[in-house]
Design a protein around this ligand. Structure first.
Ligand code: G
Ligand code: G
Ligand code: NA
Length: 256
């Protein structure tokens, strides 16, 4: 209850900010996009991890205003980068509660309005959802995702391989990108079965004409191995930690 009250206050007082983690092309390490990651700085307790407050936000419905704030702030920053000539993509994490919400407003309409407000093309905004989300309330979820896809946005499936994935979801839902969970990348070079699993995911993704992102790349060896398997894109501390907007701007200036 205490966390819930603090979270309500955080929404009203704007205690959130975003960090952006680059996503690079593994072949030449060029930055093709960023993932927006929310941060909460509580005036008394300091930084609180999204792993601690997102579940509470989902339970209480506060994820709806928080999630909308995330998309708007991400588009405000993306508008700045685009106007500087950095035509990168923006990926935002979206909870099931945002797709299937209570306030009778279709998620795609909310997004469409924000895209127009900040003059961003739908192909530059991507949505990350988790495998487990596809398990819940499938029909409504499918409907909402198709509407987003019809706008021209890409949908990523996050933490792939950790949930109860049924491969049929990949066909049934309008997914264009698979993000291989960092737990597999962590162990890949020491554990043959994790390496084989990644190989299998990459092969399957390719045969379904999906793009592949590996998360949690921390070493040069991991990057080279993933590249040799044919994985398209990568993210991780080797490339960059999640950065506040001004630091991301500096990185873009340095990289181009
Ligand atoms: O950035 P960090 O590693 O602390 O993120 C932890 C988790 O919180 C990740 O799994 C990430 O997907 C989730 N997360 C970060 N930002 C958001 C957000 O804006 N919305 C939702 N729903 N989840 C987020
Ligand atoms: O589940 P999701 O992919 O949204 O999680 C993103 C989280 O992973 C972020 O909180 C980010 O800080 C963290 N992260 C990103 N890159 C790395 C990495 O190379 N190593 C580790 N341990 N965590 C990472
Ligand atoms: Na994510």
């Amino acid at each position: 209850i205490q966390l819930e009250q603090r979270l309500r206050r955080a929404v009203l007082q704007g205690e959130f900010f975003l960090c952006y983690q680059p996503l690079v092309n593994l072949s030449d390490r060029s930055i093709i996009g960023v993932e927006a990651l929310i941060r909460w700085r509580d005036p008394k307790f300091g930084l609180i991890s999204p792993e601690q407050f997102i579940p509470m936000a989902e339970e209480t419905g506060l994820i709806e205003p928080i999630g909308e704030w995330v998309i708007e702030q991400a588009l405000i920053d993306l508008h700045v980068w685009h106007s500087m000539g950095y035509m990168i993509n923006m990926a935002v994490n979206v909870s099931g509660r945002q797709l299937i919400n209570n306030n009778q407003t279709d998620f795609d309409l909310v997004i469409d309005k924000l895209l127009k407000k900040y003059d961003i093309k739908p192909k530059h905004l991507h949505i990350e959802i988790t495998e487990s989300m596809l398990m819940d309330d499938t029909e409504q979820c499918l409907h909402a995702l198709k509407a987003i896809r019809d706008l021209g946005m890409d949908i990523y499936i996050d933490d792939f391989g950790t949930g109860y994935s049924s491969l049929s979801y990949l066909k049934r839902f309008p997914i264009s990108v698979i993000k291989i969970d960092k737990s597999f990348v962590d162990n890949m070079l020491d554990c043959q079965s994790d390496a084989n699993l990644i190989k299998a995911i990459v092969m399957m993704g390719k045969s379904l004409e999906l793009k592949l992102v590996a998360e949690g790349i921390e070493t040069e060896e991991q990057l080279q191995f993933l590249k040799s398997l044919g994985c398209d894109f990568g993210q991780g501390y080797l490339i960059s930690h999640p950065l506040p907007n001004q630091e991301l701007t500096a990185l873009l200036e340095k990289s181009y």
